[in-house]
Design a protein around this ligand. Structure first.
Ligand code: BEZ
Length: 219
C-alpha cells in the first residue's frame, strides 16, 4: 500500500508504449495512474475513452496519464481499437496502458478488488486512481468498485485543487471549481492572513470562533 505523502514506487512495466519506468515517464510532471478491472468490458471502455478525450486538459495541467489492468499488452492494443470506435476517437492513443498479468503491481499498490474475478478465478483490479506530484509523492488516491464508473471531470477538478494548494496557503471547499473562492487554512494566523490574503473575509458563526475565512482565488 502507498499512503498519502509516500514516494510512489518507481516500478517498471510493459505497456502499449513499450517498457516504462514510472519516475522516468513522469519526469517533472504530475502523474495519474489509474486502473480498470479488465479489457473488453463496457464501463472500462467508456472510462478509457473519456480519459482519452480529456487528455488535452490533463496535458494543459502538466499531468501525464497511465492506465493499468491485469491484461496483456496485446489485449490492450486490440481493445484500444474498440475504445476509439465506441468513443469516436482516432489517431494515436494518447496515453499508455500498462500490463500487469501477474498482478505484482495490483497487489503492491492495493488495487485488487476481492469481489471481482476473471474467468479463471483470478482477482481483478478495482477502479483505482493515484495522483502523484512532481516530487513523486502520492497526493491523492481513490478506489471505486468495478460496477461504478468514475467521473474524470472530478479528477481534473482535484488536480486544479492539488496544484493550487501546493503553492498557496489555502484549501478548496466543497464543490469548488478553479477560480472560485478558497478557504484560508487554519494554521495561518490572522496577521499572516491579512498580509497574504488582503481581501479575505472572516465569517461570523454562533461559536464565536473565527476559523471560517474565505478569500478570492489567489493569483
Ligand atoms: C465494466 O467495465 O463494465 C465492468 C468490469 C468488471 C465488472 C463489472 C463491470
Amino acid at each position: 500500500m502507498v499512503n498519502l505523502g509516500d514516494v510512489f514506487p518507481n516500478f517498471s512495466a510493459e505497456s502499449t508504449q513499450g517498457t516504462i519506468k514510472f519516475h522516468d515517464y513522469l519526469g517533472d510532471s504530475w502523474g495519474i495512474l489509474f486502473s480498470h478491472p479488465a479489457d473488453y468490458t463496457p464501463v472500462c471502455t467508456t472510462e478509457l475513452g473519456r480519459v482519452a478525450k480529456l487528455a488535452p486538459e490533463f496535458t494543459k495541467r502538466n499531468v501525464k496519464l497511465m492506465a493499468l489492468s491485469c491484461d496483456s499488452v496485446a489485449s490492450h492494443n486490440g481493445w484500444i481499437k474498440d475504445i476509439q470506435a465506441y468513443n469516436n476517437l482516432s489517431g494515436d492513443f494518447p496515453y499508455p496502458i500498462v500490463a500487469d498479468e501477474n498482478r505484482d503491481l495490483a497487489v503492491s499498490l492495493g488495487m485488487v478488488d476481492p469481489d471481482e474475478k476473471d474467468a479463471a478465478g483470478m482477482p481483478l483490479t478495482c477502479r483505482a486512481a493515484f495522483v502523484v506530484g512532481p516530487d513523486k509523492k502520492l497526493k491523492l488516491s481513490i478506489l471505486y468498485p468495478a460496477t461504478t464508473g468514475r467521473n474524470f471531470d472530478e479528477l481534473l477538478r482535484v488536480v486544479d485543487s492539488l496544484q493550487l494548494t501546493a503553492v498557496k496557503k489555502v484549501a478548496t471547499p466543497a464543490d469548488w471549481k478553479d477560480g472560485g473562492h478558497c478557504m484560508v487554512i487554519p494554521s495561518i494566523s490572522s496577521d499572516e492572513a491579512k498580509t497574504l490574503f488582503p481581501e479575505h473575509k472572516v465569517h461570523t458563526v454562533p461559536s464565536g470562533k473565527s476559523y471560517l475565512r474565505t478569500t478570492p482565488h489567489p493569483k
